[in-house]
Design a protein around this ligand. Structure first.
Ligand code: 13P
Length: 258
């Protein structure tokens, strides 16, 4: 059984004080959550949020990480720094980083390996653009991104990370993938993992869907057999909306894949 995992990616939003206020609201509403819940504030809010989450059901994640542990890399934040700040998770390879900051699959691979080496669980994002989907290239793109980021990883690695399918055309657009589109992509991603890392890794890996998830569409997306949670952007900035999405992810909603 795969436990659903719902993560909020706050992106470049909220000051430390605003982040703390949001977490105080979320703590109460996520107390009885069946799903695993993660919030990913901006770096500058991690220190304010971490102590508030102690003893709660919500885990802390970061939105990015550098691959070296320390050194002369101005502006970067390293895996030991994230651990020290209380993070258990880190998002790697978000499409906004790929698009705006030139992150390649090679960079994504270095980041996810560094995260794993320092005991962080990476949430590795992949997804196609609208032009790629319309050209019928969706599965080629997903395969290329998986090959690039994970291709030479040992099979055990696949057990220790989370994948997030985030079609670029669905991010921040209000146009989510249909449950059928999400299921089709997730099934293909799980098949890739099973082929490369064995059927037990394929059956066990959790794959989140991200892209305009709202309280209105969460249940139908999360009911899909290969959708194991959500990576939520805009709706994660509102306590009511995020809590409703968390509640839509019930344990057992995602049946084990055969
Ligand atoms: P939205 O939920 O705002 O579409 O963002 C999704 C996302 O990019 C999460 O990482």
């Amino acid at each position: 059984m795969r436990r659903p995992i719902v993560a909020g990616n706050w992106k470049a939003n909220l000051t430390a004080g605003e982040a703390a206020a949001l977490v105080r609201q979320l703590k109460a509403s996520c107390e009885t959550a069946a799903a695993e819940v993660v919030v990913c504030p901006p770096f500058t809010a991690l220190a304010a949020v971490a102590p508030l989450l102690k003893g709660s059901r919500i885990a802390l994640g970061a939105q990015d990480v550098f691959w070296e542990p320390a050194g002369a890399f101005t502006g970067e934040v390293t895996p030991p720094m994230l651990r020290d700040a209380g993070c258990q998770y880190v998002i790697v390879g978000h499409s906004e980083r790929r698009t705006h900051f030139g992150e390649t699959d090679q960079i994504v691979r270095r980041k996810l390996q560094a995260a794993l080496a320092h005991g962080l669980t990476p949430i590795v994002c992949i997804g196609e653009t609208l032009a790629q989907r319309e050209a019928g290239q969706t599965f080629d793109i997903l395969t290329r991104q998986l090959d690039g980021a994970l291709g030479d990883c040992p099979p055990e690695t696949c057990r220790r990370l989370i994948l997030a399918y985030e079609p670029v055309w669905a991010i921040g657009t209000g146009k989510n993938a249909t449950p059928e589109q999400a299921q089709e992509a997730h099934q293909a991603i799980r098949r890739w993992v099973a082929d490369r890392c064995g059927s037990s890794a394929g059956g066990g890996i959790r794959i989140q869907y991200g892209g305009s998830v709202t309280p209105a569409n969460a249940a139908s997306l999360l009911q899909q057999p290969d959708v194991d949670g959500a990576l939520v952007g805009g709706a994660s900035l509102k306590a009511d909306a995020f809590s409703a999405i968390v509640k839509a992810a019930k344990t057992g909603a995602a049946a084990p894949h055969e």
